[in-house]
Design a protein around this ligand. Structure first.
Ligand SMILES: [Zn+2]
Length: 228
């Protein structure tokens, strides 16, 4: 399994120390399962385990896409509120599942401290929920609910074309999480937003999946209505 992991060297934008963090060679992975909320389970290793980088020296944490991109204001907030409390901890080796969870919680704390967009926070909650799913932990549901609230607000309040997940995928996840929580009527509204989005023609797989899930939600809604 080790051969699937490699070291990436990063430079911490807060304390300027170089450190290493593992990454996964994704192209070598074989898909074991695809879940309806777009989680993909691989046979060999879960790439989600290595998507958060944590500086061992100062504790600054972020996802790959924005790790090195910190504003002077955020740097000051981090220096004042986190750095002095941080005890040196290294997440740069092969991570145990408890360590994976810690990295996501640190990423969430940093994101909340920096008032990051809800699309970003929702996406981290979603991935943490999938990590809990992997180990059968009931906290999966709690984090799916946080993901749902944040992504639903993000769709309505934020510009999503540059976000870590785009508008159409966000609407699909909101639909699917509503269905999972038995809000069938709401789910149908959100699946419809996906299908009505002009961009859907560039996402053929998602279009087919959404139609399938729309029908399922409709059936579940009818059953639910008849049972009440
Ligand atoms: Zn640092």
């Amino acid at each position: 399994m080790e051969a699937l992991l490699y070291d990436k060297t990063l430079n911490c934008p807060v304390c300027r120390r170089d450190f290493k963090s593992k990454k996964v060679r994704s192209r070598k992975l074989m898909i074991a399962e695809k879940h309806d909320d777009l989680n993909i389970v691989y046979k060999e290793v879960n790439p989600l385990h290595y998507q958060i980088f944590v500086c061992p020296e100062c504790g600054y944490t972020g996802t790959e896409g924005e790790f090195e991109d910190i504003s002077p204001v955020h740097k000051k907030i981090f220096d004042d509120q986190v750095r002095y409390k941080w005890k040196e901890r290294n997440y740069g080796e092969k991570r145990k599942i408890e360590e994976v969870i810690e990295t996501y919680k640190l990423a969430l704390l940093t994101a909340q401290l920096f008032r990051k967009p809800k699309s970003y926070i929702g996406n981290i909650c979603l991935k943490l929920a999938w990590v809990y799913r992997e180990i059968g932990d009931h906290k999966e549901e709690e984090f799916l609910r946080y993901a749902l609230t944040n992504l639903q607000d993000a769709y309505q309040q934020e510009k999503l074309d540059h976000a870590s997940i785009n508008e159409i995928t966000t609407a699909y996840i909101v639909a699917e999480l509503n269905r999972r929580f038995e809000n069938y009527k709401e789910a149908i509204v959100w699946y419809t937003k996906v299908l009505d989005n002009p961009e859907i023609k560039n996402h053929r797989q998602l279009q087919l999946k959404t139609r399938e899930q729309w029908r399922l939600a409709k059936e579940e809604y009818d059953q639910h209505k008849n049972a009440v």
